[in-house]
Design a protein around this ligand. Sequence first.
Ligand code: EPZ
Length: 420
Amino acid sequence: MDYLQILGNNHLTGTIKISGAKNASLPLIAMSILTKNRVVMHNVPHVADIKTLLKLLGNLGAEYTFEDETVIIDASRIVKTTATYDIVKTMRASILVLGPLLARFGHCEVSLPGGCAIGQRPIDLHLKALEQMGAQIEIKAGYVQAKAPEGLHGATIIFDKITVTGTANIIMAAALAKGETHIINAAREPEVVQLCEVLRDAGVKIEGIATAMLKIEGTNQELLHVEPFRIIPDRIEAGTYLCAGAITNSRLSISFANAAHLESVLAKLEEMGCCFEVTEHTITVIPTENLQPVKIVTQEYPGFPTDMQAQFVALATQANGVSIIEERLFENRFMHVSELQRMGAEITLNGNVATITGKTALSGADVMATDLRASSALVLAGLIAEGETNVHRIYHLDRGYDSLEKKLQSVGAHIKRLKE
Ligand code: EPZ
């Protein structure tokens, strides 16, 4: 297994190019199931989760290529509708094939994703919505067995909780359903917005894009013709590197990011004393020697993203004062805390609220990544810790960050990937 070795006291300078968004790419790869032509998507990040989902589609019979940052998928030859446990267990977002397979073929079997490190992460809202659209759903032997022999029909779906992949699943199911579907309390993440825009450009009538209320007129199982498109930038990768600039007190630029997708993150960095220079293609963080403590509550978009929570816990160890960070979306998303404490961080946990006392000098240590975003928090801490930090189990990191150590090396970080 690989690990990352980081020597502390880094000062960074230069520009990091942001890759395409993993969480936009995944639903759009699943969306290819709804199409009759080859789907061409540009700016797809080279991360493990993308490769996993492409492998799943390949197992169903789709043909695909992934060269440079372009994915081309021909899903016209899909012959199977079973997403097996061996793949789904490695990546819960595989559940995104449920809606499209059911909408197109009228039946499918998708392994239950099971929980994951950050929480139980049920899919009850996905299943309840599909049943309202006419699906017969059974859970058998760890699989969701779904049937809709007459095809799916439009319905009014009210999501009791905002669910990103739940919204994406139902948008895709509704695109091929018969009649109109209203989705109330829809997720408004930019990744969901791009899915809607691509479907709209393929001729699906969608109203309310980027709002919490969507109206989708289905094509009644008429497959879609999708024009080539470019995946939006990864706002969480972008936020992570802006935190790298802030935590190392470096004037660091990121390119190809979309500042409009980062408003809540930029606002919190400004509250901590950072400033920004934003041009058409770059965002530059102007750091401060005197980081201020911050209060954060994670929310659905456009609120502060849960996927940036771990990175800000690491950053808050360098603020002069007491920061309070509350995790509202997942029940177990503070596993980075114990690893940061081993580096000397002063953090107390009370339920889903972390209290971070800074400014604390961190010391390098062997630490273990536990989930995707916790991994990046440990890298950020390693950049400023005294001495050597080794971040182990970075297969978690490789799920969602494209070439992280190369990008950080390019701006002067002392970081390298080694074999255990
Ligand atoms: C998406 O996960 C993202 N993944 C996650 O990013 C992100 O953390 C999360 O949204 C929240 O923003 C992808 O887009 C592939 P949810 P998702 O359904 O869709 C509860 C990363 O770091 N819920 O919005 O699985 C659930 O338990 C990953 O890239 C139900 O109760 O999250 C959670 O508390 C990690 N029943 C809340 O809703 C359901 O049927 C939000 O979950 C579905 C969800």
